[in-house]
Design a protein. Structure first.
Length: 266
């Protein structure tokens, strides 16, 4: 018994095909490139916790530069892959909702990249965010990304039934449209959505629903957590803007990077 709510996505992340998907040596996303450049002068003094490390996409870029590095993932298969691929760095199987291995205030930088946090429902997400905050030193940096609720019209459009020139493609469209609406029956009545879970077809619907949140609502979540210096960047942008930027509530990038700090004084 772990005491944690079941997460169907976890079994998907143990599958060899999904491990292989995240094991591809992809580069950093644009906001991550900005982050790496901003942190560059101090990286050598930083203790970093890389949560939901997957196949080690971020390990490749950050681990050689920071003072200490630990990559964790709740998928044992992902961690096994990382250990083989990056034998000189430390990895552990662990869940973001229970960072029991880490003392309070033991990291300078906690990263949960590529929307891994969205597999958790709202309650569990807050548990994970609280844990991430707990293990950060005062002044430490928390960065994660999360699906943008403003992007949902594009998702529903993707699953709209369309007649194509070929029968095979038309049948395919019919099948995925049926699956999407069977799983998201009430979605059209919930939109526009401020925050909530949606089955968006990730991993061909093998994952559980993902949490989508409007950027200003995500910022408010961080404020309630007591985080400061909140800034956001759409995944297609190098530029972070302050959390109170008036354009944020309408930002329609597929996902948003949230950067924030734990206050120096408790
Ligand atoms: C979309 S993948 C991203 C992998 C990697 N960060 C990257 O950017 O390529 C999300 C990762 O988060 C992990 N994950 C999801 N929920 C987690 C949790 N509660 N605790 C630890 N890892 C989790 C998954 O196993 C998966 O490897």
């Amino acid at each position: 018994m772990t005491g944690l709510a079941p997460d169907l996505s976890r079994s998907a992340y143990e599958s060899p095909d999904i491990v292989a998907l995240y094991a591809r040596p992809d580069g950093l996303q644009k906001p991550e490139q900005t982050l790496l450049a901003q942190l560059a002068p101090s990286l050598g003094t930083i203790d970093m916790l890389d949560i939901g490390v997957g196949g080690g996409r971020t390990t490749r870029h950050f681990a050689p530069l920071v003072r200490t590095y630990l990559g964790i993932d709740y998928s044992a298969a992902m961690i096994e892959h990382c250990r083989q691929e990056f034998p000189s760095f430390r990895f552990a199987v662990a869940d973001a909702r229970r960072l029991e291995f880490a003392a309070d205030e033991s990291y300078d930088f906690v990263l949960f990249s590529y929307n891994g946090i969205d597999h958790l429902d709202r309650h569990e997400r807050l548990t994970a965010l609280n844990e991430m905050r707990r293990v950060l030193r005062p002044g430490g940096l928390m960065v994660f990304s999360s699906h943008n609720a403003n992007y949902l019209p594009a998702i529903t459009d993707r699953f709209r039934f369309r007649v194509h020139a070929g029968l095979r493609e038309t049948l395919r469209s019919f099948k995925w449209s049926c699956v999407f609406w069977a799983k998201n029956g009430l979605l059209q009545y919930r939109m526009p959505l401020a925050a909530g879970r949606v089955h968006d077809g990730t991993h061909s619907f093998r994952s559980s629903a993902l949490y989508y949140v409007r950027p200003d609502v995500g910022v408010a979540e961080l404020r309630r957590l007591g985080m400061v210096d909140i800034a956001c960047a759409g995944n297609e942008s190098h530029d972070f803007v302050p959390g109170d930027d008036p354009r944020l509530p309408r930002d329609s990038n597929p996902w948003i990077y949230y950067m924030s700090r734990k206050p120096e004084q408790a």
